[in-house]
Design a protein around this ligand. Structure first.
Ligand SMILES: Cc1cc2nc3c(=O)[nH]c(=O)nc-3n(C[C@H](O)[C@H](O)[C@H](O)COP(=O)(O)OP(=O)(O)OC[C@H]3O[C@@H](n4cnc5c(N)ncnc54)[C@H](O)[C@@H]3O)c2cc1C
Length: 403
């Protein structure tokens, strides 16, 4: 039984959460993407799953009324956040000041990203940063959210637009105590690709006990695929690949390995599905001057009145947060994720053919072998120039100081 066209299915799991007969499970299809599978022996043809599916219903979108360039000045708090640390301070506000609960993505004990809750600030440390992989919604995630809403708790849910669509379809009503925040989204690679890549890298480099894997940060590891180990007190860096030299990150960023539905994503548009949208402020200051550093600044779009009153309240209570009003058009000019879905790379078909024959690990290396080798060669060739530039810049500084 097909709940929605499989090339449009986002794997949001709303159908699995709504099924009153526990008759739907999420299973990997031939390309490793999670899709719902209906157990015919349990199905009573109630069609709740079909009726609730966000793919089968046009969701409500809102054009943002406000756009900010935002970041927090607390460098320690922001260090492992993806960009300006806005996801983190919103979650902190809900927990600390509103006595509420937040939902987002973190790794489980097997380093699989999952959508789950946090109700203490200490737990939030594990939610920081962007995991460029599909984070799994379980068969109880939306049920738990609804139970929390109905108990009167303030609930903040941060996720990809398709996860927000799944949640909104499941909870149906626009509850005053639910705040939804979607990420500007390039697309997601299936969880299976990530799990296979991690296993391969750990085996090849004899890594064990890895507790965190990062893609972004306000440290020296921004846009690096980096592996970390926690010894109880601190995180120790164990292994790192630059984005352009990482098979996994290159496949994701180039648009070779995204889920099929991401190439025709209906949420990649200026109008948004949630109360607030957060992302990177790409292009900041390029057309209209910006008086601050533009490095890792977030863009925050306010899409509803509920979102506005929440964000205003949070900003008043968060002295380390800076919000600078910008024109939304400025953010819309750069990079496509806010205006159209990611483009399918021409190597996607080669990757998929190879995937069917040999699985992810071989397929990605065969498909992107040439690309990754060229990127490594470019870096090595440019090394002497980089050293020369560094020496020249420092020499100029020393000379100007002396004189
Ligand atoms: C798959 C993906 C693709 C993205 N593509 C773009 C893009 O094309 N353009 C752009 O401008 N921004 C994109 N972003 C958003 C960007 O990477 C940052 O997440 C955003 O700028 C917020 O940064 P922050 O410092 O405020 O967040 P932080 O304070 O670091 O908080 C990050 C929040 O994101 C949530 N999160 C992390 N990974 C996932 C995930 N896999 N699924 C669901 N929720 C997750 C965490 O739970 C947390 O709440 C993407 C993010 C993801 C996860």
């Amino acid at each position: 039984m097909e709940i929605c066209p499989s090339d449009k299915c986002t794997g949001c799991a709303a159908c699995q959460n709504i099924c009153p007969h526990d008759g739907i499970s999420m299973k990997e299809n031939q390309y490793g993407e999670l899709h719902p599978e209906v157990d015919k022996t349990k199905c009573k043809n109630c069609t709740l799953c079909i009726n609730i599916c966000p793919v089968n219903n046009q969701p409500v979108f809102n054009y943002p009324s406000l756009c900010y360039a935002s970041w927090i000045t607390d460098i320690k708090k922001r260090r492992i956040c993806a960009s300006g640390g806005i996801g983190t301070v919103m979650a902190e506000y809900v927990i600390n000041k509103l006595n509420g609960i937040t939902y987002g993505s973190r790794y489980d004990d097997n380093l699989t990203p999952i959508m789950t809750s946090a109700n203490t600030v200490e737990q939030l440390e594990r939610f920081k940063g962007s995991r460029y992989v599909q984070s799994i919604v379980s068969n109880t995630t939306y049920k738990e959210v609804l139970a929390n809403i109905k108990s009167g708790k303030k609930v903040l849910f941060i996720g990809t637009p398709c996860q927000i669509a799944g949640l909104k379809a499941y909870v149906k009503n626009d509850y005053e105590n639910l705040i939804t925040v979607d990420l500007i989204c390039h697309g997601c690679a299936p969880t299976e690709y990530f799990n296979k890549e991690v296993k391969y890298i750990c085996q090849r480099n004899k890594l064990s006990g890895i507790t965190d894997i990062r893609f972004r940060g306000n440290d020296n590891y921004n846009y690096c695929f980096s592996f970390w180990k926690n010894n109880g007190e601190n995180n120790h860096y164990e292994y790192m690949e630059r984005a352009s030299e990482s098979y996994y990150l290159s496949g994701f960023l180039l648009g070779v390995t995204l889920r099929e539905n991401c190439y025709s994503c209906s949420y990649a548009r200026p109008e948004r599905i949630s109360d607030i949208t957060i992302g990177d402020f790409i292009g900041l200051g390029q057309q209209v001057p910006f008086d601050h550093s533009t490095t890792n600044v977030s863009s925050v779009m306010i899409n509803t009145e509920k979102g506005k009153s929440f964000y205003d309240g949070m900003s008043k209570n968060t002295p380390e947060l800076i919000n600078v009003v910008r024109n939304y058009q400025e953010r819309l000019v750069y990079k496509p994720s806010l205006t159209k879905p990611s483009t399918r790379h021409k190597l996607n078909s080669i990757f998929r053919e190879e995937y069917l024959r040999n699985g992810y690990t071989t397929a990605i290396r065969k498909t992107l072998g040439g690309y990754v080798r060229r990127q490594k060669a470019k870096r090595i060739i440019s090394l002497p120039w980089q050293v020369a530039r560094l020496v020249w810049t420092n020499a100029k500084r020393i000379v100007s100081n002396v004189w």
